[in-house]
Design a protein around this ligand. Sequence first.
Ligand SMILES: Cc1ncc(COP(=O)(O)O)c(C=O)c1O
Length: 415
Amino acid sequence: MQFSEFGDKFTGQSGIVELMEDLGEALTVNPDMIFMGGGNPARIPAAESLFQKHLRAIVENPIEFNRLVGVYQSPKGDPSFCEDLADYLNRSQGWNLSAKNIAIANGSQSAFFIIANMLAGRSAQGAQTLHLPLSPEYLGYADSGLSANFFTATKPNIELLDKQLFKYHVDFNQLSLPATTNALCVSRPTNPTGNVLSDEELEHLSAIAADQNIPFIIDGAYGVPFPDINFVAATPRWDNNTVLMLSLSKLGLPGIRGGIVIANEEFIHAFTNANTIISLACSTVGPMLAQSLIRSGDLDYLTQHIVKPYYQDSAAHITATLHRELKGLPYRIHKPEGAIFVWVWFEDLPITSRELYERCKAQGLLVVPGENFFIGIDDDWTHKHQCLRISHAQSKEVIDQGIAILAREAKALYR
Ligand SMILES: Cc1ncc(COP(=O)(O)O)c(C=O)c1O
Protein backbone atom coordinates (compact mmCIF):
# COMPACT_ATOMS: atom_id res chain seq x y z
CA MET A 1 0.00 0.00 0.00
CA GLN A 2 1.29 3.46 -0.93
CA PHE A 3 0.33 6.25 1.41
CA SER A 4 -0.04 9.90 0.55
CA GLU A 5 2.11 12.54 2.28
CA PHE A 6 -0.70 12.86 4.80
CA GLY A 7 -0.78 9.09 5.20
CA ASP A 8 2.95 8.89 5.69
CA LYS A 9 3.00 11.67 8.26
CA PHE A 10 -0.06 10.66 10.26
CA THR A 11 0.24 6.89 10.21
CA GLY A 12 3.93 6.83 11.08
CA GLN A 13 5.56 7.07 14.49
CA SER A 14 5.41 10.38 16.27
CA GLY A 15 6.30 11.48 19.77
CA ILE A 16 2.75 11.39 21.03
CA VAL A 17 1.80 8.11 19.34
CA GLU A 18 4.91 6.39 20.62
CA LEU A 19 4.35 7.65 24.12
CA MET A 20 0.65 6.75 24.21
CA GLU A 21 1.46 3.26 22.88
CA ASP A 22 4.14 2.86 25.47
CA LEU A 23 1.82 3.97 28.27
CA GLY A 24 -0.96 1.69 26.98
CA GLU A 25 1.33 -1.31 26.66
CA ALA A 26 2.81 -0.75 30.09
CA LEU A 27 -0.69 -0.87 31.56
CA THR A 28 -1.57 -4.07 29.68
CA VAL A 29 1.61 -5.76 30.83
CA ASN A 30 1.13 -4.59 34.41
CA PRO A 31 -2.44 -3.57 35.32
CA ASP A 32 -1.22 -2.60 38.81
CA MET A 33 1.03 0.06 37.32
CA ILE A 34 0.76 3.40 39.16
CA PHE A 35 -0.57 5.67 36.49
CA MET A 36 0.71 9.21 36.91
CA GLY A 37 1.41 9.59 33.22
CA GLY A 38 -1.59 10.55 31.10
CA GLY A 39 -3.80 13.62 31.15
CA ASN A 40 -6.88 11.86 32.43
CA PRO A 41 -8.78 13.90 35.01
CA ALA A 42 -9.32 12.43 38.45
CA ARG A 43 -12.39 10.45 39.39
CA ILE A 44 -14.24 12.80 41.75
CA PRO A 45 -17.43 11.21 43.17
CA ALA A 46 -19.22 14.53 43.84
CA ALA A 47 -18.67 15.57 40.21
CA GLU A 48 -19.84 12.19 38.94
CA SER A 49 -23.10 12.39 40.92
CA LEU A 50 -23.79 15.83 39.51
CA PHE A 51 -23.24 14.57 35.95
CA GLN A 52 -25.47 11.57 36.64
CA LYS A 53 -28.25 13.79 37.99
CA HIS A 54 -28.24 16.02 34.92
CA LEU A 55 -27.84 13.20 32.40
CA ARG A 56 -30.64 11.22 34.05
CA ALA A 57 -33.03 14.18 33.69
CA ILE A 58 -32.12 14.44 29.99
CA VAL A 59 -32.41 10.71 29.31
CA GLU A 60 -35.74 10.37 31.11
CA ASN A 61 -37.40 13.18 29.14
CA PRO A 62 -38.44 11.76 25.71
CA ILE A 63 -38.06 15.06 23.85
CA GLU A 64 -34.68 15.78 25.38
CA PHE A 65 -33.61 12.18 24.80
CA ASN A 66 -34.41 12.52 21.13
CA ARG A 67 -32.34 15.75 21.01
CA LEU A 68 -29.53 13.85 22.72
CA VAL A 69 -29.26 10.83 20.45
CA GLY A 70 -31.53 11.27 17.43
CA VAL A 71 -30.70 14.65 15.91
CA TYR A 72 -27.60 15.98 14.14
CA GLN A 73 -26.46 19.12 15.89
CA SER A 74 -26.22 22.12 13.55
CA PRO A 75 -22.71 22.51 12.11
CA LYS A 76 -21.49 25.17 14.56
CA GLY A 77 -23.28 23.68 17.55
CA ASP A 78 -26.82 23.81 18.91
CA PRO A 79 -27.85 27.52 18.71
CA SER A 80 -29.64 27.49 22.08
CA PHE A 81 -26.52 26.13 23.79
CA CYS A 82 -24.30 28.71 22.05
CA GLU A 83 -26.68 31.46 23.23
CA ASP A 84 -26.73 30.18 26.81
CA LEU A 85 -22.95 29.91 26.82
CA ALA A 86 -22.52 33.43 25.39
CA ASP A 87 -24.87 34.81 28.09
CA TYR A 88 -23.04 32.88 30.79
CA LEU A 89 -19.63 34.19 29.64
CA ASN A 90 -20.93 37.75 29.30
CA ARG A 91 -22.41 37.62 32.81
CA SER A 92 -19.43 35.97 34.47
CA GLN A 93 -16.58 37.61 32.53
CA GLY A 94 -18.08 40.87 31.32
CA TRP A 95 -17.44 39.93 27.68
CA ASN A 96 -19.63 40.96 24.81
CA LEU A 97 -20.20 37.69 22.95
CA SER A 98 -23.09 36.46 20.88
CA ALA A 99 -23.81 32.90 19.77
CA LYS A 100 -21.99 33.81 16.53
CA ASN A 101 -18.71 33.93 18.46
CA ILE A 102 -19.00 30.30 19.55
CA ALA A 103 -18.49 26.97 17.80
CA ILE A 104 -18.58 23.44 19.18
CA ALA A 105 -16.03 20.72 18.41
CA ASN A 106 -15.55 17.07 19.23
CA GLY A 107 -12.94 17.82 21.87
CA SER A 108 -10.49 20.70 21.89
CA GLN A 109 -7.80 18.42 20.44
CA SER A 110 -9.67 18.12 17.16
CA ALA A 111 -10.52 21.84 17.27
CA PHE A 112 -6.80 22.59 17.62
CA PHE A 113 -5.97 20.36 14.67
CA ILE A 114 -8.33 22.33 12.44
CA ILE A 115 -7.31 25.74 13.75
CA ALA A 116 -3.59 25.00 13.56
CA ASN A 117 -3.88 23.85 9.97
CA MET A 118 -6.15 26.77 9.04
CA LEU A 119 -3.35 29.10 10.09
CA ALA A 120 -0.06 27.31 9.47
CA GLY A 121 1.37 25.22 6.65
CA ARG A 122 1.68 25.93 2.95
CA SER A 123 -0.17 29.03 1.78
CA ALA A 124 -0.24 31.48 -1.12
CA GLN A 125 2.18 33.61 0.94
CA GLY A 126 4.59 30.67 1.39
CA ALA A 127 5.06 28.45 4.43
CA GLN A 128 3.41 29.75 7.60
CA THR A 129 4.12 28.70 11.17
CA LEU A 130 2.74 28.87 14.71
CA HIS A 131 4.90 30.34 17.44
CA LEU A 132 4.89 29.07 21.01
CA PRO A 133 6.11 32.00 23.14
CA LEU A 134 6.98 29.63 25.96
CA SER A 135 8.00 26.05 25.29
CA PRO A 136 7.64 23.43 27.03
CA GLU A 137 4.05 23.27 25.79
CA TYR A 138 1.30 20.70 25.37
CA LEU A 139 2.61 17.55 23.69
CA GLY A 140 -0.65 17.11 21.79
CA TYR A 141 0.22 20.09 19.57
CA ALA A 142 3.52 18.65 18.40
CA ASP A 143 2.42 16.46 15.53
CA SER A 144 -0.71 18.30 14.49
CA GLY A 145 0.70 19.99 11.39
CA LEU A 146 -0.17 18.65 7.96
CA SER A 147 3.29 19.76 6.90
CA ALA A 148 6.67 19.68 8.59
CA ASN A 149 8.33 22.62 10.40
CA PHE A 150 5.03 23.81 11.79
CA PHE A 151 6.15 25.29 15.11
CA THR A 152 8.76 27.71 16.26
CA ALA A 153 9.21 28.49 19.94
CA THR A 154 10.99 30.63 22.49
CA LYS A 155 12.78 29.14 25.50
CA PRO A 156 11.54 30.40 28.85
CA ASN A 157 13.26 32.58 31.36
CA ILE A 158 13.80 30.44 34.45
CA GLU A 159 13.28 32.09 37.83
CA LEU A 160 14.71 30.14 40.76
CA LEU A 161 12.46 30.44 43.79
CA ASP A 162 12.77 29.53 47.47
CA LYS A 163 11.83 26.11 48.77
CA GLN A 164 13.19 24.18 45.78
CA LEU A 165 10.66 25.78 43.42
CA PHE A 166 11.18 27.49 40.07
CA LYS A 167 8.98 29.25 37.55
CA TYR A 168 9.06 29.77 33.79
CA HIS A 169 8.32 33.21 32.39
CA VAL A 170 7.94 34.31 28.78
CA ASP A 171 11.36 35.66 27.79
CA PHE A 172 10.28 38.78 25.98
CA ASN A 173 13.93 39.75 25.38
CA GLN A 174 14.44 36.62 23.31
CA LEU A 175 10.97 36.48 21.77
CA SER A 176 11.43 37.24 18.10
CA LEU A 177 8.84 36.02 15.67
CA PRO A 178 10.05 34.54 12.40
CA ALA A 179 8.52 36.27 9.38
CA THR A 180 6.50 33.10 8.74
CA THR A 181 4.58 33.38 12.05
CA ASN A 182 0.84 33.37 11.54
CA ALA A 183 -0.41 32.89 15.13
CA LEU A 184 0.80 32.77 18.72
CA CYS A 185 -0.34 29.94 20.94
CA VAL A 186 -0.23 29.29 24.69
CA SER A 187 -2.01 26.96 27.07
CA ARG A 188 -3.04 28.64 30.33
CA PRO A 189 -2.73 26.93 32.83
CA THR A 190 0.04 25.18 30.95
CA ASN A 191 0.27 21.49 30.32
CA PRO A 192 2.88 20.11 31.24
CA THR A 193 4.20 22.55 33.86
CA GLY A 194 1.21 23.80 35.86
CA ASN A 195 2.43 27.33 35.06
CA VAL A 196 -0.14 30.11 34.75
CA LEU A 197 0.98 32.97 32.53
CA SER A 198 0.42 36.24 34.34
CA ASP A 199 -2.13 38.81 33.20
CA GLU A 200 0.79 41.05 32.15
CA GLU A 201 2.38 38.29 30.06
CA LEU A 202 -0.95 37.65 28.37
CA GLU A 203 -1.52 41.35 27.76
CA HIS A 204 1.95 41.71 26.26
CA LEU A 205 1.53 38.66 23.97
CA SER A 206 -1.87 39.85 22.92
CA ALA A 207 -0.42 43.25 21.97
CA ILE A 208 2.34 41.56 19.95
CA ALA A 209 -0.23 39.42 18.10
CA ALA A 210 -2.45 42.44 17.41
CA ASP A 211 0.56 44.41 16.20
CA GLN A 212 1.50 41.61 13.78
CA ASN A 213 -2.13 41.20 12.77
CA ILE A 214 -2.10 37.50 13.67
CA PRO A 215 -4.46 35.62 16.02
CA PHE A 216 -3.57 34.79 19.62
CA ILE A 217 -4.69 31.24 20.50
CA ILE A 218 -5.28 30.69 24.22
CA ASP A 219 -5.91 27.07 25.09
CA GLY A 220 -7.98 27.13 28.26
CA ALA A 221 -8.43 23.36 28.65
CA TYR A 222 -7.65 23.81 32.38
CA GLY A 223 -8.55 27.45 32.56
CA VAL A 224 -11.19 30.01 33.23
CA PRO A 225 -14.15 30.05 33.32
CA PHE A 226 -14.31 26.24 33.50
CA PRO A 227 -12.83 23.96 34.76
CA ASP A 228 -10.86 26.81 36.39
CA ILE A 229 -8.05 24.63 37.74
CA ASN A 230 -6.13 27.78 38.65
CA PHE A 231 -4.55 28.21 42.06
CA VAL A 232 -3.40 31.78 41.45
CA ALA A 233 -5.33 34.83 40.28
CA ALA A 234 -5.61 34.87 36.49
CA THR A 235 -7.98 37.14 34.63
CA PRO A 236 -9.58 35.41 31.66
CA ARG A 237 -8.92 37.16 28.40
CA TRP A 238 -10.85 37.43 25.19
CA ASP A 239 -11.00 40.01 22.44
CA ASN A 240 -11.68 39.96 18.73
CA ASN A 241 -8.15 38.83 17.97
CA THR A 242 -8.18 35.98 20.51
CA VAL A 243 -9.10 32.41 19.72
CA LEU A 244 -10.03 30.94 23.09
CA MET A 245 -10.35 27.18 23.28
CA LEU A 246 -12.29 25.55 26.11
CA SER A 247 -12.95 21.93 26.93
CA LEU A 248 -15.33 19.94 29.09
CA SER A 249 -12.74 17.18 29.57
CA LYS A 250 -10.97 18.37 32.69
CA LEU A 251 -14.27 18.91 34.49
CA GLY A 252 -14.25 15.11 34.54
CA LEU A 253 -15.84 14.47 31.14
CA PRO A 254 -13.07 13.40 28.73
CA GLY A 255 -15.25 10.60 27.39
CA ILE A 256 -17.87 12.89 25.87
CA ARG A 257 -15.41 14.87 23.70
CA GLY A 258 -16.73 18.39 24.27
CA GLY A 259 -14.63 21.23 22.86
CA ILE A 260 -15.58 24.89 22.45
CA VAL A 261 -14.01 27.62 20.30
CA ILE A 262 -14.63 31.31 21.02
CA ALA A 263 -13.43 33.77 18.40
CA ASN A 264 -14.57 36.59 16.14
CA GLU A 265 -17.50 35.81 13.82
CA GLU A 266 -15.41 35.51 10.68
CA PHE A 267 -13.08 33.02 12.34
CA ILE A 268 -15.97 30.98 13.76
CA HIS A 269 -17.59 30.84 10.34
CA ALA A 270 -14.35 29.57 8.76
CA PHE A 271 -13.78 27.08 11.55
CA THR A 272 -17.33 25.77 11.26
CA ASN A 273 -16.98 25.13 7.55
CA ALA A 274 -13.78 23.15 8.11
CA ASN A 275 -15.23 21.25 11.06
CA THR A 276 -18.34 20.33 9.07
CA ILE A 277 -16.22 18.77 6.34
CA ILE A 278 -14.24 16.83 8.91
CA SER A 279 -16.90 15.91 11.49
CA LEU A 280 -20.26 16.66 9.80
CA ALA A 281 -21.70 17.43 13.22
CA CYS A 282 -20.49 17.34 16.82
CA SER A 283 -21.64 15.18 19.67
CA THR A 284 -24.75 16.53 21.39
CA VAL A 285 -23.84 15.04 24.77
CA GLY A 286 -21.38 17.74 25.88
CA PRO A 287 -23.50 20.73 24.87
CA MET A 288 -26.70 19.29 26.39
CA LEU A 289 -25.02 18.40 29.66
CA ALA A 290 -23.18 21.74 29.81
CA GLN A 291 -26.41 23.61 29.03
CA SER A 292 -28.16 21.84 31.88
CA LEU A 293 -25.24 22.64 34.22
CA ILE A 294 -25.27 26.31 33.17
CA ARG A 295 -29.05 26.76 33.45
CA SER A 296 -29.18 25.19 36.92
CA GLY A 297 -26.20 27.19 38.20
CA ASP A 298 -24.43 23.91 38.96
CA LEU A 299 -21.50 24.68 36.64
CA ASP A 300 -20.11 27.33 38.98
CA TYR A 301 -20.68 25.07 41.98
CA LEU A 302 -18.88 22.24 40.18
CA THR A 303 -15.84 24.33 39.25
CA GLN A 304 -15.50 26.37 42.45
CA HIS A 305 -16.54 23.85 45.10
CA ILE A 306 -15.65 20.47 43.63
CA VAL A 307 -13.07 20.48 40.81
CA LYS A 308 -10.78 23.38 41.76
CA PRO A 309 -10.51 22.46 45.48
CA TYR A 310 -9.84 18.83 44.56
CA TYR A 311 -6.80 19.69 42.45
CA GLN A 312 -5.64 22.41 44.80
CA ASP A 313 -5.49 19.79 47.51
CA SER A 314 -3.87 17.11 45.33
CA ALA A 315 -1.27 19.63 44.06
CA ALA A 316 -0.40 20.60 47.65
CA HIS A 317 -0.22 16.95 48.61
CA ILE A 318 2.08 15.88 45.77
CA THR A 319 4.32 18.91 46.30
CA ALA A 320 4.71 18.17 50.02
CA THR A 321 5.32 14.48 49.27
CA LEU A 322 7.98 15.31 46.66
CA HIS A 323 9.75 17.66 49.09
CA ARG A 324 9.74 14.98 51.78
CA GLU A 325 10.84 12.11 49.55
CA LEU A 326 13.40 13.93 47.39
CA LYS A 327 15.04 15.79 50.28
CA GLY A 328 18.77 16.19 49.73
CA LEU A 329 18.59 15.70 45.94
CA PRO A 330 19.20 18.50 43.40
CA TYR A 331 15.56 18.77 42.30
CA ARG A 332 13.17 21.65 41.78
CA ILE A 333 9.40 21.69 41.28
CA HIS A 334 7.74 24.19 38.97
CA LYS A 335 5.58 26.40 41.19
CA PRO A 336 2.23 24.60 41.02
CA GLU A 337 -0.17 27.29 39.83
CA GLY A 338 -2.80 25.21 38.05
CA ALA A 339 -3.70 22.17 35.89
CA ILE A 340 -3.36 18.59 37.08
CA PHE A 341 0.40 18.03 36.86
CA VAL A 342 3.61 18.87 38.60
CA TRP A 343 6.77 19.40 36.58
CA VAL A 344 9.90 18.23 38.34
CA TRP A 345 13.36 19.33 37.25
CA PHE A 346 16.36 17.23 38.27
CA GLU A 347 19.39 19.44 37.84
CA ASP A 348 22.53 17.63 36.63
CA LEU A 349 20.57 14.46 36.07
CA PRO A 350 23.20 11.79 35.25
CA ILE A 351 20.87 10.12 32.70
CA THR A 352 18.13 11.55 30.47
CA SER A 353 14.61 12.02 31.80
CA ARG A 354 13.54 9.47 29.18
CA GLU A 355 15.83 6.93 30.84
CA LEU A 356 14.56 7.89 34.28
CA TYR A 357 11.02 7.36 32.98
CA GLU A 358 12.04 3.88 31.74
CA ARG A 359 13.50 3.02 35.14
CA CYS A 360 10.36 4.19 36.96
CA LYS A 361 8.22 2.19 34.52
CA ALA A 362 10.20 -0.96 35.24
CA GLN A 363 9.40 -0.40 38.93
CA GLY A 364 5.67 0.05 38.31
CA LEU A 365 5.33 3.84 38.01
CA LEU A 366 4.29 5.69 34.87
CA VAL A 367 5.18 9.36 34.50
CA VAL A 368 5.91 11.31 31.31
CA PRO A 369 9.49 12.23 30.30
CA GLY A 370 9.89 15.93 29.57
CA GLU A 371 11.74 15.75 26.23
CA ASN A 372 8.67 15.67 23.98
CA PHE A 373 7.15 18.83 25.44
CA PHE A 374 9.92 21.12 24.22
CA ILE A 375 8.13 21.66 20.91
CA GLY A 376 9.93 23.94 18.48
CA ILE A 377 13.19 23.89 20.46
CA ASP A 378 15.54 21.89 18.32
CA ASP A 379 18.89 22.54 19.96
CA ASP A 380 20.30 20.19 22.55
CA TRP A 381 19.49 22.24 25.63
CA THR A 382 20.33 20.00 28.60
CA HIS A 383 17.26 21.24 30.51
CA LYS A 384 15.12 19.39 27.92
CA HIS A 385 16.42 16.09 29.30
CA GLN A 386 16.03 16.86 33.00
CA CYS A 387 12.29 17.19 33.59
CA LEU A 388 9.35 14.87 34.26
CA ARG A 389 5.63 15.56 34.14
CA ILE A 390 3.76 13.85 36.96
CA SER A 391 -0.02 13.83 37.14
CA HIS A 392 -1.65 14.27 40.54
CA ALA A 393 -5.12 13.24 39.35
CA GLN A 394 -4.90 10.24 41.68
CA SER A 395 -5.75 9.40 45.27
CA LYS A 396 -3.27 10.48 47.94
CA GLU A 397 -2.34 6.83 48.61
CA VAL A 398 -1.46 6.28 44.95
CA ILE A 399 0.48 9.57 44.83
CA ASP A 400 2.48 8.49 47.89
CA GLN A 401 3.30 5.09 46.39
CA GLY A 402 4.29 6.64 43.06
CA ILE A 403 6.54 9.30 44.54
CA ALA A 404 8.23 6.70 46.76
CA ILE A 405 9.23 4.79 43.59
CA LEU A 406 10.45 7.96 41.87
CA ALA A 407 12.48 8.91 44.95
CA ARG A 408 14.11 5.47 45.11
CA GLU A 409 15.10 5.64 41.44
CA ALA A 410 16.34 9.22 41.67
CA LYS A 411 18.37 8.60 44.85
CA ALA A 412 20.09 5.61 43.20
CA LEU A 413 21.29 7.99 40.43
CA TYR A 414 22.84 10.63 42.65
CA ARG A 415 24.53 8.22 45.06
C1 LIG B 1 -3.56 21.87 27.14
C2 LIG B 1 -4.50 20.89 26.53
N1 LIG B 1 -5.22 21.27 25.46
C3 LIG B 1 -6.08 20.44 24.87
C4 LIG B 1 -6.26 19.16 25.32
C5 LIG B 1 -7.23 18.28 24.61
O1 LIG B 1 -8.38 18.06 25.37
P1 LIG B 1 -9.75 17.50 24.79
O2 LIG B 1 -9.53 17.11 23.36
O3 LIG B 1 -10.07 16.33 25.66
O4 LIG B 1 -10.74 18.63 24.90
C6 LIG B 1 -5.54 18.70 26.43
C7 LIG B 1 -5.70 17.31 26.92
O5 LIG B 1 -5.00 16.82 27.75
C8 LIG B 1 -4.64 19.60 27.05
O6 LIG B 1 -3.91 19.23 28.10
